[in-house]
Design a protein around this ligand. Structure first.
Ligand SMILES: Nc1nc2c(ncn2[C@@H]2O[C@H](COP(=O)(O)OP(=O)(O)O)[C@@H](O)[C@H]2O)c(=O)[nH]1
Ligand SMILES: [Mg+2]
Length: 225
């Protein structure tokens, strides 16, 4: 049986984190790692009580940095498969099986969740537009055509996780991971997933304006700096 680690980046998610961890444990995932990024609420304590291993950044470094911290920890603990999973309840733990399946079968080394390959995600219209702009952006930026480029739900074999190094500490990491997949010739596949939009996740999630800033920062680091 492969050793599976679920890595959850979390910032001020005390309201949702224990339910997310419970949902994962119910599906049989016991190696759950929460990377708390200097939250001002009690995310870390809540996650610990719910049964997760909690790593804490002493300053807020961003989702990308948190994923690298959690992934390094999982590799250190001997993980065979690492799953990146959000803390705000938008992902479905039942779909982790589908995400891992092509990796377990040795077909690919990374799976990327796509909310556009399955009907059922209640993606708000503006978010839909922003995400599709992200798809076009990624095509020109990295030369890779996907249906959903900014989805935090992904699974990686330990081999791929060791090869991908996230240097973009904040939200730009999603594009960076795809860029490295392309450059390093890592085998990948998109897998249909359902992303749940609730009032909570919409209030906390990334705005359209922030997406423009993320793209601008990426262009700056890749072409202009
Ligand atoms: N560790 C860490 N996690 C973060 C940070 N910002 C967001 N997250 C987490 O990353 C995940 C996705 O963030 P979210 O803002 O919901 O992005 P969206 O779903 O794409 O709108 C959630 O689990 C957040 O708690 C951060 O600065 N540090
Ligand atoms: Mg979210």
């Amino acid at each position: 049986m492969p050793k599976i680690f679920i890595v959850i980046p979390a910032y001020n998610e005390a309201e949702s984190i224990s339910q997310v961890i419970r949902g994962l444990r119910k599906e049989g995932y016991t190696n759950v790692v929460v990377v708390d990024d200097c939250s001002s609420d009690n995310t870390a304590e809540t996650a610990r009580k719910a049964g997760a291993a909690v790593l804490e950044h002493v300053i807020n470094r961003g989702q990308g940095a948190a994923l690298q911290t959690g992934t390094d920890y999982a590799l250190e603990k001997g993980a065979d498969i690492i799953v990146h999973f959000d803390a705000d309840g938008q992902h479905d733990p039942k779909e982790i099986k589908d995400m891992m399946d092509p990796i377990k079968k040795g077909k690919v080394d990374v799976t990327l969740g796509s909310r556009f390959l399955r009907k059922g995600s209640n993606v708000p219209l503006l978010k839909r537009v922003v995400l599709k702009i992200g798809v076009i952006f990624t095509f020109f930026y990295s030369g890779i055509l996907l249906t959903d480029t900014h989805n935090g739900f992904r699974a990686l074999s330990s081999k791929a996780a060791g090869r991908i190094q996230i240097n973009q500490d904040r939200m730009e990491h999603a594009s960076e991971i795809i860029d490295q997949i392309k450059k390093k010739g890592i085998r990948y596949k998109e897998v249909p997933v359902t992303i749940r939009y609730t009032k909570y996740s919409r209030q906390k999630g990334q705005s359209a304006l922030n997406s423009i800033k993320i793209a601008a920062r990426l262009i700056w680091t890749k072409f202009l700096r």
